[in-house]
Design a protein around this ligand. Structure first.
Ligand code: UD1
Ligand code: CA
Length: 463
């Protein structure tokens, strides 16, 4: 909306989190709390002023571009926090939207409704409220003849006032010309000795200003995070919202109750997700993929039609379309699996790039390795990439065949179409199309086993 300034209050200490980091950096479904308020602010407003506390470098970094950051040096309350934004708002006569930074379930549509109600009614202030069953801890909205008269904090409320079920969400829209003078008059005369933003409502109403209130249709949106128990409750709600969004967009989720998908993840249509799956840190999942039970996918991109059999753990990697993975494969960072590859059970990859249609079906470790197209890596192949001091690369050419139980001692190059015999310890480069075999020659002694057992049995004492 034109001329709207949004002030986000994020200087609170968040003592109840009992944490070394500021409350607003705690994550809800993979995004810091502050990013939820910023997302809403960006959706509705022009100018954003973010009030942060001292030592808030992390919060500044999380805020990103296009945000004016103002430090509230002393935490003297929510009214004092809003006052810090004054110098950045006085040029504009537009309305001021105040958002808390610990109420992450608020929807942009709701805030748009609040702002447009505020501007059409010409109110001095419009408060977003919620009617809840358990209002304990929240500020109560006190009305007279239906109109909002003031807000009283839980700890300052009388027993009668505490019975009021309509709470202040800490989201407001103000007429800026009336807000600043009213804030000047707020005094820290309350149980906490703080300058409360809520205390501007009474005087504005008394001065004849119209105080509007919009009640949330779904009071869940007003839930705040003050401690880690609440963080978990809100995460469960947000998680369900994320899954609903994906299901409505065509993703099948067999068991939403056991599926964890971060807010930063994208998933293509017709992908099927089995139970107990975790997908986080901005992973991108293509269309028509199958994500088997128990997979954990972190910061990883899957092309279309990738199949993950159960219990794959994938981190910071890319899997191109049509590849089939697992069960039980482990991709450590910077791995890249090409189109239609088959990477089977108990394969670990680290910093390894595999070309199209190559296969490593059973048990192995491939680290710091580049593999061409159509290669076959036999069961139990290990790249010995670490000499105890440094890591070394292995290169395996297109169409190469590495036999079962080979140890490939890096640095090493195996040429295109070469063949490594099973059980070899390969320490020298293998040219294209060559055979490399490194094993003791096999000895065969005819009749030896029969003679051996006969002699043993003859010597065994009778029982
Ligand atoms: C506040 C409201 C209460 C409302 C509730 C809704 C006041 C006095 N009370 O209470 O009516 O029902 O939110 O969740 O406003 N902050 C600062 N600087 C400060 C103090 C706080 O920036 O000096 C920020 C916090 O980071 C937070 C917000 O203001 O984002 C609200 O502060 P908090 O201490 O959580 O207030 P509540 O007790 O929850
Ligand atoms: Ca709060």
């Amino acid at each position: 909306m034109n001329g709207l300034t949004t002030v986000i209050l994020a200087a609170g200490e968040g003592k109840r989190m009992r944490s070394r980091q500021p409350k607003v950096l705690h994550e809800l479904c993979g995004r810091p709390l502050i990013s939820y308020s910023l997302r809403v602010a960006r959706a509705v407003g022009d100018q954003i002023v973010l009030i942060v506390g001292p030592d808030a470098d992390g919060v500044r970094a999380a805020a990103g571009d296009g945000v004016t950051i103002v430090e509230q040096r002393e935490r003297l309350g929510t009214g004092h926090a809003v006052l810090q934004a004054r110098a950045h708002c006085e040029d504009s006569a537009g309305p001021i939207l105040v958002l808390p930074s610990d109420v992450p379930l608020l929807l942009a549509e709701t805030i748009e409704r609040l702002v447009s109600h505020h501007t059409t009614t010409g109110a001095a202030a419009t408060v977003l409220t919620a009617v809840v069953d358990r209002p304990q801890g929240y500020g109560r909205v006190l009305r007279q003849g239906g109109r909002v008269k003031r807000i009283v904090e839980d700890r300052d409320a009388t027993d009668d006032e505490k019975k009021v079920g309509e709470i202040n969400t800490s989201v407001y829209c103000f007429d800026s010309r009336r807000l600043w003078p009213a804030l000047d008059h707020v005094r820290p005369e309350n149980d906490q000795g703080e300058y409360y933003l809520t205390d501007v409502i009474g005087p504005l109403a008394k001065a004849g200003g119209r105080i509007e209130a919009i009640a949330l249709e779904d009071p869940e949106e007003a839930l705040g995070v003050n401690d880690r128990k609440q963080l978990a409750v809100l995460a469960a709600i947000q998680r369900r919202r994320i899954l609903d969004r994906h299901m409505l967009a065509g993703v099948t989720i067999l068991d939403p109750a056991s599926t964890y998908v971060d807010d930063t993840v994208t998933i293509g249509a017709d992908t099927v997700i089995y139970p107990n799956v975790i997908i986080d840190v901005a992973s991108e999942i293509g269309s028509e993929c199958v994500i088997g039970a128990g997979c954990q996918i972190r910061a990883t991109r899957l092309g279309d039609r990738v199949q993950l059999k159960p219990y794959c753990v994938l981190t910071e990697s890319v899997i191109e379309r049509g590849a089939v993975m697992g069960p039980f494969c482990h991709l450590r960072p910077n791995s890249h699996v090409g189109e239609n590859c088959e990477i089977g059970n108990f394969i670990e990859l680290k910093k390894t790039k595999i070309g199209r249609k190559s296969k490593a079906h059973h048990v192995g470790y491939l680290g710091d390795t580049t593999i061409g197209e159509g290669a076959n890596i036999g069961a139990g192949t290990i790249t010995c990439n670490y000499d105890g001091v440094a890591k070394h690369p292995t290169v395996i050419g297109d169409g190469a065949f590495v036999g079962t139980n080979s140890s490939l001692v890096a640095p090493l190059t195996i040429g295109k179409g070469a063949y490594v015999a099973a059980g070899s310890v390969i320490t020298k480069d293998v040219p294209e199309d060559a055979l490399a075999v490194e094993r003791a020659p096999q000895v065969v002694k005819e009749g030896w086993a029969a003679r051996f057992f006969a002699a043993k049995r003859a010597r065994k004492p009778k029982e």
